[in-house]
Design a protein around this ligand. Sequence first.
Ligand code: PEP
Ligand code: MN
Length: 342
Amino acid sequence: MLVVMHSHATAEQVRAVCERIESLGLKSHPIPGAARTAIGITGNDGAVDLAILESLPGVAECIPVSKPYKLVSRDVKEEDSVIRIPTPLGDVLVGGKHLALVAGPCAVESEAQCMAVAEQLKPTGVRLFRGGAYKPRTSPYSFQGLGEAGLKILAKIRDEFGFGIITEAIDHESLDLVEKYGDVIQIGARNMQNFSLLKRAGRAKKPVLLKRGMSATLDEFLMAAEYILSEGNYNVMLCERGVRTFSDFSRNTLDLAVVPAVKKRSHLPIFVDPSHGTGKRHKVLPLSRAAVAVGADGLLVEVHHQPEKALSDGIQSILPEEFAALCIEIRQIAAVVHREVN
Ligand code: PEP
Ligand code: MN
């Protein structure tokens, strides 16, 4: 259910409608738009009695939302959501006309490694740094990440270079710490349907980057985002990172067609990760070009100064100089599709 307020409705009237919704034992989600505020209602198993709400001052109309997802839907918010990521050097914007680049190693391996990568990334103009301190690995014997010590290294990278930090949380415990040290909480593909973790991310005060599960349908992907919004965190960015198919020439099949599909259904921005999406270094640049051309709101790229020595995903990591060349091309393509890179 969605309550659409008049464009001239006052903040007081919006508050009164929310209070009324809450008094019915339901949850209200006021979502301000450019023209008007819409109030999403969740927690209702059956139909809410429309008449009660429709008669309240400032209400334009009540529309039942038939889709399984509500708060992530374009029905609730017509225009693109623009997510604001605070960094020491000012906010990075994602969505609408704003396109963001994220670069960094798969994993935080050591302070020296992160410093080396960050130093070489700084001149490219990229403003967001990635790196996993908690690594969900297929094998329990593979490098699992440095944990909190890795987060402290990332915090140092932020202080030294001014980057915003994006890093993954794999459970409740790590999410508490990622929220403390990082700027964006990444929920990885393997946890896309970890509903308890999604709810926790929904109670977090920092933006969330939600990666698509490797076999998730679009509905499942959007429903996972809905979990986060339904808990009150509206700062969610999606990320296509490739899905499992019968293709035998790349690690995953990067589903770029999902980008316009998401845009049709949702106001949330969507990143593309060409690194996990292909698994091969030489495919990162061509798929990055395609991702921006198709409307992605950002790129998440794995970069390592010594990929042959990387503790994880060296084969898909590009060198800082290759990322610098990618940035130049991406800025050119972005201009053609009327996007601003930040
Ligand atoms: C990552 O970005 O570090 C990662 C583990 O990606 P995914 O969850 O998409 O596999
Ligand atoms: Mn990786």
